[in-house]
Design a protein around this ligand. Structure first.
Ligand code: S3P
Length: 434
């Protein structure tokens, strides 16, 4: 599928975005470990989370899809997973593979985690290495640095580990392994990686503690209680609509029910620093996660410097931030973001390559980029590289280009934002798909 985006004059209206990807993965996995039936509403029916459901079914978990976004999951208990008869396909999902590596390391059976040609290129040593320090028996290509991963479940012991990079996926893998280990799993973070695992497991009665940037898990003495939750809207998906509302003149948008966990709101801070007209309304709490409606209006933006913890709290939003920076007055400098190079694609290289095609002034740096604006983007075909966040960022660029922008290979948007095209059309974007 390609998306042809036309220059857009005005965006107006109110919409929700699909459920948070990180929280949806965790809800499915942790519900599988509970004793009893969990009810999950607003589950993200995107490709990545569907992959997690497929893996859980392969491990013997019964999942009823009441609708694509409403699940009834019959938990098998902490010790009820079954040895899978076939490799477990994580498709494109790094979150699925890394969290599952931690979960499977302490099970009394053998399993293999595999995935798409994109996923088997992404670094797995960051999770395999500390799990091996806990006693895990995991093999993979290149000494365990790349999937497929073969996991021979075994008895684990505790660990006191300092993450070399702030990664919620690695933190979560170790905390999950800690539920099956003989000692504590103590994970020290260099920055505030998203904490959905800690919040959700604690809400289910698991012995999880957090002390500042340290998270600790241990073997539970009681079963996990089932979940009854509505997954908040994904702020990483909302970011594309916020960007569109800011860039397209005369826009006024409300995005309802968005998760605003402070480990995820770096993009809101960044937008405000750039001069955005943005406010939170109707702030509330759902299933231990803060939620709000986001209201945005068109504004003239200016360039800023971003580094450190702000990068950790906005890592998935940096592709669309790059598009915003092309329209902001002055220079935007992104540092400390080398992690972008190991996402679904090397997002420093792919963002720079595609924005260059539109005439943007982007300079690649080893750990980020420098963008000078404002520049009138031109009409040109661009390529998603099979990366959902790049496809959606380029669609936003198309709304403010001087002529139509064709985003090629855009079906990947449904990895995290199924229905993206429909939402854009309802808000007033002039576009065609096909
Ligand atoms: C995620 C953590 C982040 C993020 C990814 C989802 C998660 O990755 O980029 O999209 O759900 O834990 P890292 O943990 O590798 O930083």
């Amino acid at each position: 599928m390609n998306l042809l985006i036309h220059p857009t004059q005005e965006l107006f209206g109110s919409t929700a975005v699909p459920g948070d990807k990180s929280i949806s993965h965790r809800a499915a996995m942790f519900a599988a470990l509970a004793e009893g039936r969990s009810h999950v509403r607003n589950f993200l029916p995107g490709g990545d989370c569907q992959a997690t459901l497929g893996v859980l079914r392969g491990l013997g978990v019964a999942i009823e899809e009441i609708s694509p976004s409403e699940l009834s999951i019959t938990g098998v208990g902490l010790h009820g997973l079954h040895e899978p008869a076939a490799p477990l396909d994580c498709v494109n999902s790094g979150t699925a593979m890394r969290l599952l590596a931690g979960l499977l390391a302490g099970q009394p059976f053998f399993s293999v985690l595999s995935g798409s040609s994109q996923l088997v290129k992404r670094p797995m040593g960051r999770v395999v290495e500390p799990l091996r320090q806990m006693g895990a028996l995991i093999h993979g290509r290149q000494g365990g640095r790349l999937a497929p991963l073969a996991v021979q479940g075994t008895r684990l012991h505790g660990i006191d580990y300092t993450l070399p990079v702030a990664s919620a996926q690695v933190k979560s893998a170790l905390l999950l392994a800690g539920l099956y280990s003989d000692g504590l799993a103590i994970v020290r973070q260099p920055g505030p990686a998203r904490d959905h695992t800690e919040r959700m497991l604690a809400a289910m009665g698991a012995p999880i503690q957090t002390l500042g940037l340290v998270a600790i898990s241990e073997r539970p003495k009681q079963p996990l209680t089932p979940l009854d939750i509505a997954v908040p809207g994904d702020i990483s998906s909302a970011a594309f609509l916020l960007a569109a509302g800011l860039l397209v003149p005369q826009s006024h948008l409300t995005i309802t029910g968005v998760g605003v966990n402070p480990t995820r709101t770096g993009i809101l801070d960044i937008l405000q620093m750039m001069g955005a007209n943005l406010r939170l309304e109707n702030e509330r709490d759902e299933a231990g996660e803060p939620v709000a409606d986001l209201v945005v209006q068109h504004a003239d933006l200016h360039g800023i410097e971003i580094s450190g913890d702000l990068i950790v709290r906005a890592i998935d939003e940096l592709p669309v931030l790059a598009v915003l920076a092309t329209q902001a007055h002055g220079r935007t400098l992104v540092r400390d973001a080398a992690e972008l190079r190991v996402k679904e694609t090397d997002r420093i290289a792919t963002v720079a390559a595609e924005l260059h095609k539109l005439g943007a002034q982007v300079e690649e740096r080893p750990d980020g980029f420098v963008i000078d604006g404002p520049v009138t983007l031109r009409s040109a075909p661009v390529w998603s590289h099979g990366d959902h966040r790049l496809a959606m960022a380029l669609a936003v660029a198309g709304m403010v280009a001087s002529g139509p922008v064709l985003v090629e290979e855009a079906a990947c948007v449904s990895d995290s934002f199924p229905g993206f095209e429909r939402v854009l059309q309802v808000l007033g974007v002039e576009m065609e798909d096909g």
